[in-house]
Ligand binder design. Structure first.
Ligand code: CU
Length: 191
């Protein structure tokens, strides 16, 4: 496996190697994309897990629970990176924090955001490497914004297949997501 991390990979660094710019730009554009059907997992205080593959798109804020839904895995590109989006709703009265994730076939997983820096869209690890989910609020990980970053992807996943992953939260603990759909690459649009 390659020894390769993507911390703080800004466009400035990409520009230092112009021959890499176009393929990497494509990856950046395609790494954040489309949105098919959503599996849903919730975890309540007793650690019990329910999944509902027919969950609707609207965020479900469940009293006393942290809810993860609309998980989509953009892992189909023939590159060694990818990303995963989802909607996280914190129905508890305590802030929670997404501190990491495990995605089979991804050597390194980081929590990233896309921001404008000197009028260029750059992708970098979120401050502190964690995403806060404030009490009573919904946080979207989506195209052009926050995402779970898959680095050192072993192989592309087929569109239409599914992937299981585990999300690590500071308070809610581990939340297993089963059968998140692998989505087709698409164009980046404004979040
Ligand atoms: Cu990223």
């Amino acid at each position: 496996m390659k020894d390769y991390t993507m911390k703080d990979h800004t466009m400035k660094r990409l520009l230092a190697k112009p021959y890499q710019l176009i393929p990497l730009l494509l990856v950046l554009l395609l790494t954040a994309c489309a949105a098919p059907p959503p599996p849903m997992a919730t975890q309540s205080g007793n650690g019990q897990m329910t999944t509902d593959a027919t969950a609707e798109k609207t965020p479900a804020m469940v009293d006393g629970e942290l809810t993860v839904e609309n998980v989509r895995a953009n892992l189909s590109l023939p590159s060694d990176t990818g990303s995963v989006w989802m909607t996280i709703s914190n129905g508890t009265d305590t802030d929670d924090t997404l501190i990491g994730a495990e995605i089979p076939g991804c050597g390194v997983v980081e929590l990233h955001e896309m921001i404008m820096e000197n009028s260029v869209m750059v992708m970098k690890q979120v401050e502190g490497g964690q995403i806060v989910i404030p009490a009573g609020e919904t946080v979207e990980l989506k195209q052009g914004g926050l995402h779970v970053m898959c680095i050192n992807k072993e192989a592309p996943r087929e569109v239409g297949s599914t992937v299981d992953l585990i999300l690590y939260f500071a308070n809610a603990g581990d939340i297993s997501i089963t059968a998140a759909p692998v989505v087709a690459p698409g164009e980046m649009t404004k979040p």
